[in-house]
Ligand binder design. Structure first.
Ligand code: GLN
Length: 481
């Protein structure tokens, strides 16, 4: 965290209730911080002060009438720019949507606002959430607030940087293969991917529909739990959203962790991990052991295939989802002499190199001659990876791994080699393919002072378990382990 003690959801609430600050003043204070710090960090792409102050005034009116406040009253939040906001520009980090103003709010946004949160603005991200460093944004990279010559991670890099720099109390990100957890790890904050279906995807602009999830980034596990509680639950507008009841996560996190069995999969501790990361993660596991958790060695034999499987399935779905940007229905249109010429020019200029690479890879994997060899095979391996998780969870209550094999890398260090960039997701894509929930929680720092993240995964709809372990870990001093 940079600067003074960060605001948290409880401290915002108690300050409002004690009339130490109004919601309007709180909002203004955050905009002042953003004005100061954002030119360097590039975390926000668009601010929406009108909407924010209108909401703050509603909270102040509740206060002045002595009415009770909703759970996130006055809490300044940031929204990743792949999530639709009515009347507020939503670019997906892409030129093709540079001037796109959605006509409706995503359900997660609507729920946050209904819970009283104040939407400050939209945060930078890799184009269409494709990336691990935020360097694939058409609007320039985001800098890591803890080490400005380094990346914040991606693709929810703007959300992670905004929270870590104190430019929002919490943020929404999206995670398809690691994009909430990995930037959370690199920026030193808790960041949670809920189970597939736990949070409605209505209004989330699709990258890979069978993998995409919305989740919170915050400065404490308790705050992440509060935001998740506000956005989770069945939504008639998303038929893949789950009907399972939403537990009271803030109450659940208090449960003792003593006696929980935590699986340590051998495959996640093979070569390729930065030795400094390994050291901290091993210390983190030691801390969980000292809390009474019982480490259990596991094998998850299909882990090695996860990156290949993810990059076939995600690109296949992306190639199909991104077909809608045709210069007719949405966003950019570059005129051409024929319809085909218009398509070519629009998509040629509108999409950046990584998005084009993925559309080509995905189209190839889905093409008639290769469908069985790539896409269908990928789906089969995905089922095997999910089975690894089911088998593991028959023996353990949670799985603990590093979040990222490396701490925050330097801007530009990995951009020349897409494969190197893809390997940043090696520990996160498995949980994505399996649909299970996971969090990254701060787990000490490298000797250079760069944060390390510990990933905690639990069975489907086991968000409470994930948060409970992360909370105990955080409370026991995990961020300094
Ligand atoms: N880094 C991964 C990718 O580029 C994951 C991105 C994500 O989770 N949105 O696909």
């Amino acid at each position: 965290m940079t600067g003074a003690t960060p605001w948290t959801i409880p401290s915002v609430r108690s300050s409002l209730e004690a009339r130490k600050i109004s919601a309007r003043e709180m909002t203004a204070d955050f905009y002042a911080r953003i004005e100061k710090r954002n030119p360097e960090l590039n975390a926000y792409l668009t601010l929406c002060p009108e909407r924010a102050y209108a909401q703050a005034d509603r909270i102040d009116a509740l206060l002045s009438r002595g009415e009770s406040l909703p759970p996130l009253a006055g809490v300044p939040v940031a929204i990743k720019d792949v999530i639709s906001t009515r009347g507020v520009r939503t670019t997906c980090g892409s030129r093709i949507l540079e001037n796109y103003f959605p006509p409706y709010d995503a359900s997660a946004v609507e729920r946050l606002e209904r819970a009283g949160a104040v939407l400050l603005g939209k945060t930078n991200c890799d184009e269409f959430a494709m990336g691990s460093s935020n360097e694939n944004s058409a609007y320039g990279p985001v800098r890591n607030p803890l080490a400005p010559e380094r990346v914040p991670g991606g693709s929810s890099g703007g959300s992670a940087a905004a929270v870590a720099a104190g430019l929002a109390v919490a943020a929404l990100g999206t995670d398809t293969g690691g994009s909430i957890r990995q930037p959370g790890a690199l920026c030193g904050i808790p960041a949670m991917m809920p189970s597939y279906g736990r949070v409605s995807r209505y209004g989330l602009i699709a990258f890979a529909s069978s993998l995409d999830r919305i989740g919170p980034l915050a400065t404490s596990v308790r705050d992440a739990a509060a935001v998740l509680r506000a956005i989770a639950g069945r939504d008639p507008n998303d038929s893949t959203s789950a009907g399972a009841p939403v537990p009271d996560y803030q109450a659940e996190i208090e449960k003792p962790v003593k006696g929980l069995r935590i699986g340590i999969p051998q495959e996640y501790f093979a070569e390729g991990m930065d030795p400094a990361v390994r050291k901290r993660v091993e210390a983190g596991i030691g801390l969980l052991r000292s809390l009474g958790c019982q480490p259990v060695e596991l094998r998850m034999p299909h882990t090695d295939y996860a990156i290949a499987t993810y990059y076939i399935i995600a690109t296949a779905e992306a190639s199909s989802n991104l077909a809608r940007y045709d210069g007719v229905r949405y966003g950019l249109r570059v005129p051409g002499t024929t319809l085909l010429d218009m398509y070519r020019k629009t998509r040629g200029r509108g999409f950046g190199p990584e998005v084009k690479r993925r559309i080509m890879l995905g189209t190839y994997a889905l093409s008639a001659g290769y469908y069985d060899a790539y896409y269908l095979k990928g789906q089969k391996v995905r089922a095997l990876i999910a089975r690894d998780f089911r088998d593991a969870f028959s023996r353990v209550d949670a799985i603990v791994t590093p979040t990222s094999p490396v701490p925050a890398f330097r801007l530009g260090e990995r951009t020349a080699d897409p494969l190197q960039m893809y390997l940043a997701d090696i520990y996160t894509v498995t949980g994505s393919l399996a649909g299970v929930p996971g969090i990254s929680v701060p787990c000490g720092k490298t000797p250079e002072g760069l944060p390390v993240g510990l990933q905690i995964l639990a069975p489907l709809f086991g968000e409470a378990r994930v948060l409970q372990l992360a909370y105990a870990f955080e409370k026991a001093g995990g961020s300094n382990v």
